[in-house]
Each structure stands twice: as C-alpha cells, then as structure tokens.
Design a protein around this ligand. Structure first.
Ligand code: AMP
Ligand code: ZN
Length: 467
C-alpha cells in the first residue's frame, strides 16, 4: 500500500503522489517571529519534519518552502515599543526559531522565505488581483472581495452565510463592506508604522498574501502538498486559495494536510492563554530535546496531544529502553546461526512500521511495531535464542525507526554536558556516597556546578537544574 494522507480538501484519506516527476512541491506555514515559539508551535513543526522524512522514505524528492512571517501587528507593536527596527527585532526571534528547530533535529526545508524579502512581488500580485476585479480599496488599504471568488469555503467546508470575522481575520479599524473580506495591503495608520513604497502605494502586506506569493515564486501555480496547523484552515488557508486561484486560474494545492493541537488540560497551548512552555523552559527543568521530540512525534498528527510532564518522563523512559536495546544488539555476545522465529518477528516489525507510517503517518502504531519486537527480542536475548544471524535485521529496524523519530543519539548541550551525562554523574555520586567516599561525591557535585548544573538533595532523591 503506498503512502496515504488525509486531505482536508476532500475529507478523505487518499493515496499520495506528486503530480509531475518524483518531486513533491510542498509548502508549510511557518512561525510569526514576534517571540520564542512554544512547544505547541513545535508540535506542528515536528509534524512537518515527520512528513518530510516519510515522503523521502516513500521514494520522493522534496522541494519544500516554509515562510517566516516577519511583519504583522504584534511584531510592529513590540518592535516600536522597544525602539528597534523591524529587521533587528525579527532577526533575533528568527534565529532563535531556527536554532530550536536544529535542537529538535528538524530537517531544514529547501527554502525558508522571509515575508519582508518579497514585498514587491506581493505588491505586484495585489496589482494583478486589482486588475482582475477581485479587490476594493478603503483608505488606501486593499481588500479581497470574497464574493468574487465562488470557491470560497471549499477547504473549511463552511457555510459562510451570516459569517462574522474569525479570530485571525483582520479584525481591525478599517471600514469594510463585507465582514469576510480580508486585507491584502494595509496603509500605515501612523508615521511610526513600517511601510514599503511599492507599485500599489505605501504600506505593508496583510498576513495571507505572503504564502500565496512565495509559494508561486518558488514552486509555481500548483503545489502537491500544503500543510499547517488546524487553526490555519480558516481563514488563512481559505484565503490563500482565494488569492492564488484568482491569480493563476489553476488549483492551488492538491493535498491539504493539517495537524491537531498540543493541548494543556483540554485547551490549545497558546501565548494568549498563558499555558505554554518554550523549549528553554523544558531544558531548564532537565528535559532533553530528544524527549520533547519523541513526545511530540509519538501521537498521530490528527489526534490532539495532551501535554503533561508525566508524558515527558514516559518519553525519556521509552528513549532509554530503545537506546539500551540498540546497545545490547550491538554488543551482545551471540551464538552462531539464525533463529527463524526471531527473523520473522523482525520482518513483521519492519512491515508493521512501514504500513503504519503509510497509513496517514500513524506514528503510534509504528512505535507499537518496534516495541513489540523489542519485547520479543529481549526475551530471546535473555534466553540465548537470539542468534548472531538475527542481529543485522534487528539493527536495520532501529535504523528505520530512527530515520523517522531520530532520538537514539544523545544530544550535547551548548555547555557540553547532556542531560543523560548529568544523570550518569548523579548515579556516580550516589554510588560514591554509598561507599562513604564523600570526597568523591563532593568532587562530582562541584564538577557539575562548574558546568552550570545545580544539584538539590531532596527527600525524594536528587533533583537538578541548570544555572
Ligand atoms: P504562529 O507563530 O502563531 O503563526 O503559529 C505557527 C504554527 O504553530 C501554526 O502552524 C499553528 O497552527 C501552530 N500552532 C500554534 N499553536 C499550536 C498548538 N497548541 N498545537 C499545535 N500547533 C500549534
Ligand atoms: Zn500560510
């Protein structure tokens, strides 16, 4: 069975194939760089990464574009408040975002496009929409007239009669003749507001136009796949379709794939609710990037994922088991020969893993296949029935697993000590104490302190944090 993905457009799980040659033209909506991204955002970015990896494992090449929204109301407000230029302000958070992506081992898209590098192309596209009769002006701002685009609503499957502006629709002070119409171009409201001089006047783009324009610029009129979080289906993606199809007269994207939220006690993790954690928050509590990555990757993307610290601890336990198993496979002294039962189980795990990933990226089932084998193989290793000839295929399973999950190699932190190394040092200190070698125990504590790690002896054991 080839790779199947759920397409929001048709509301069905369908076999996926790129339209032309073997390369997937893929566009994903990136971050708005007004602050550090939180792990809710990273659920979506981890999903993009899994999608990339499994598309490649399915034999496709990738041409993937992700945008960075580096101009919007919040960014402008914050930059102005800090007396900084827009570039200076957004450079900082763009870099932090890309660093975080690297830390979480997310593959880089082939193109990362910053909105403010493409303002003129956006102005030209808006001019074309104006010429085509899709827009109207009000106080020098330009709006897309939804009623001119008959397909509006085909992605979100909404009935728009009587609809009022949704959360991310440009709900602002501009006069509009229709609440559903959205801003393509915004004239500056005051002299402090960043603005560009273009062929359609002075101002800045609305949020939606950047994706239509940059997707066209890098990938052409029709994308094979467009992805984003479910919160983007309406209005952002609906608006992207309206703009792009009005501009080119061709279908904008063949597959629309949307990932569900990371939740905290049933609610979306978000800046506005204040229920969020950044990667920095979690690392300072001693969690590793691998644990965060594993947790975010382990629940299939179309299911809500409830964030808990318990979940992060379980991720760590799962990672430890997988690493120990791989080490055991690599180092165990095994008798010659091949056990056909073990070999059959390894084949079943390979097949099960692939089938689960092909089934709309069912990562939970894919993991299930690996752990089922791990259990059986450990029993066989304990009982001496796992033979040398079984080793290679079992290790190949770990390679297949890690080509998607990529958590087996422990990460180094910036100061050169990983959380795993800290744990190992804590265990060594406990052993020294038990042997009444208090000088050694103190030495370990001080060495960790020099590396920025503080130990606290509590009645429940040793806790640690970074300075
Ligand atoms: P933003 O920076 O607000 O434009 O959001 C960047 C991406 O993060 C978008 O694709 C959102 O769909 C996604 N996102 C925001 N909050 C969450 C969440 N709690 N869970 C999953 N994805 C989210
Ligand atoms: Zn977008």
């Amino acid at each position: 069975m080839p790779l199947q993905l759920h397409n929001t457009l048709t509301q069905k799980v369908e076999p996926f194939q790129p339209l032309a040659d073997n390369t997937v033209k893929m566009y994903t909506c990136g971050p708005t760089v007004y602050d550090y991204a939180h792990i809710g955002n990273f659920r979506t970015f981890v999903f993009y990464d899994l999608l990339r990896r499994w598309l490649r494992a399915s034999g496709f090449a990738l041409n993937h574009v992700m945008n960075i929204t580096d101009v919007d109301d919040k960014i402008i407000r914050n930059a102005v408040a800090q007396g900084r230029s827009l570039r200076d302000y957004t450079d900082n958070f763009t870099k932090a975002f890309l660093d975080d992506c690297g830390t979480l081992r997310l593959e880089r898209p082939e193109h990362i496009a910053r909105a403010t590098d493409h303002i003129n192309e956006m102005a030209e596209a808006i001019a074309k929409l104006e010429a085509g009769g899709y827009t109207y002006r009000s106080d020098d701002s330009v709006y897309f007239r939804i009623s001119q685009f008959p397909g509006y609503g085909k992605l979100s499957h909404n009935d728009f009669s009587g609809m009022v502006a949704g959360a991310r629709v440009d709900v602002d002070e501009y006069e509009k003749s229709d609440a559903r119409d959205f801003a393509l171009w915004k004239a500056p409201k005051d002299k402090d507001e960043p603005a560009w001089d273009t062929c359609i006047g002075t101002g800045r783009p609305g949020w939606h136009i950047e994706c239509s324009v940059m997707a066209y610029q890098f990938l052409g009129a029709t994308l094979d796949l467009h992805a984003g979080g479910v919160d983007l289906i309406f209005p952002h993606h609906e608006n992207e379709i309206a703009q792009s199809e009005a501009l080119t007269g061709q279908p904008f994207a063949r597959f629309w794939v949307h990932s569900e939220f990371l939740l905290v006690e049933g609610q979306k993790m978000s800046k506005s609710l204040g229920n969020f954690y950044t990667l920095r928050d979690l690392f300072s509590r001693g969690f590793t990037p691998e644990s965060v990555r594993f947790l975010l990757a382990s629940v299939p993307y179309r299911k809500g994922l409830n964030f808990t610290f318990e979940g992060l601890h379980s991720a760590k336990t799962a990672i430890d088991r997988l690493r120990n198993f791989k080490l055991r496979l690599e180092t165990a002294k095994l008798a010659e020969g091949e056990n056909s039962e073990v070999q059959t189980a390894a084949e079943a795990a390979h097949t099960g893993f692939r089938a689960a990933m092909d089934d709309d990226l069912n990562t939970a089932e894919a993991l299930g296949a690996v752990f089922e084998f791990l259990r059986a193989a450990n029993v066989a290793l304990d009982g001496g029935t796992f033979l040398d000839g079984n080793r290679a295929r079992a290790l190949e399973l770990m390679v297949l697993f890690d080509s998607v999950f990529e958590i087996l190699k422990p990460s180094e932190t910036a100061d050169g000590i990983s959380a795993d190394d800290v744990e190992a040092q804590i265990a060594a200190r406990a052993a020294a104490k038990k042997a009444r070698d208090f000088a050694r125990a103190d030495q370990i504590r001080n060495e960790l302190l020099e590396k920025g790690v503080i130990l606290e002896d509590t009645k429940d054991g040793v806790r640690w944090k970074r300075k």
